[in-house]
Design a protein around this ligand. Structure first.
Ligand SMILES: Cc1cc2nc3c(=O)[nH]c(=O)nc-3n(C[C@H](O)[C@H](O)[C@H](O)COP(=O)(O)O)c2cc1C
Length: 196
């Protein structure tokens, strides 16, 4: 059976800087034989977590919105690609709302004392862009922390990153050399799960 990668498109702009990089990574993964499903949080109806802790008592969430289907997809994925531009120092609100709702997955894991997907940390590629340059090398730290923490709930470990700063000055276009890097990162991710 073909391996399945879930790709989260955190940018509201489907073919903006982040979207083009994601597109290349997805192509690389598909060319290596993986199945990829791209999820666009901006087009989904996902309510923000209320912190009500109902997920501590029942499996799941009080809200029966588009997140319900995503829980199952997250549980059965073999790998993840997560992408987001930096918005006010972190990932976009669209992506963060989705990630906060993964509290239900975190609690389910704690209650059942199990890990999803046969108990190993699934690999994840993180793609991010920022308008400003990155002179101190810290521009993506907050976003990385959010995605790393998502990994605790989803049993995912970041194994690769494509971090592109300074897009206000040098936007990502179809000719950008970094697209090749994203393609290769997608290929590498897919190849890493093919032998499992
Ligand atoms: C609401 C908003 C907030 C932003 N905040 C930041 C920021 O804090 N730091 C930064 O470097 N760039 C910031 N930017 C610029 C974006 O990160 C940058 O333009 C990015 O490449 C956009 O990606 P996209 O083309 O995929 O939408 C912001 C842009 C928007 C629209």
């Amino acid at each position: 059976m073909s391996k399945k990668i879930i790709a989260l498109a955190g940018s509201p702009r489907r073919r903006g800087n982040t979207g083009l990089l994601l597109e290349s990574a997805v192509k690389g993964a598909i060319d290596s034989g993986a199945g990829v499903e791209v999820i666009y949080p901006n087009s989904l109806k996902i309510k923000p977590c209320q912190g009500c802790n109902t997920c501590c008592k029942i499996d799941g969430c009080i809200y029966h919105d588009d997140m319900i289907e995503l829980y199952e997809k997250f549980k059965s994925a073999d790998a993840f690609i997560i992408s987001s531009p930096v918005f006010f120092g972190s990932v976009t609100g669209q992506l963060k709302i989705l990630i906060d709702r993964c509290q239900a997955l975190w609690i389910e894991k704690q209650n059942a004392k199990h890990r999803f997907n046969q108990g190993y940390k699934r690999p994840g590629l993180f793609i991010a862009t920022s308008g400003h340059p990155n002179p101190k090398g810290t521009r993506f730290d907050s976003s990385l922390e959010v995605v790393r923490t998502f990994g605790y709930a989803a049993d995912m470990k970041i194994t690769g990153t494509i971090l592109v700063a300074d897009t206000d000055r040098i936007p990502v276009t179809e000719e950008s050399p970094v697209l090749k890097e994203a393609y290769e990162a997608g290929r590498k991710l897919a190849e890493s799960i093919m032998s499992n």
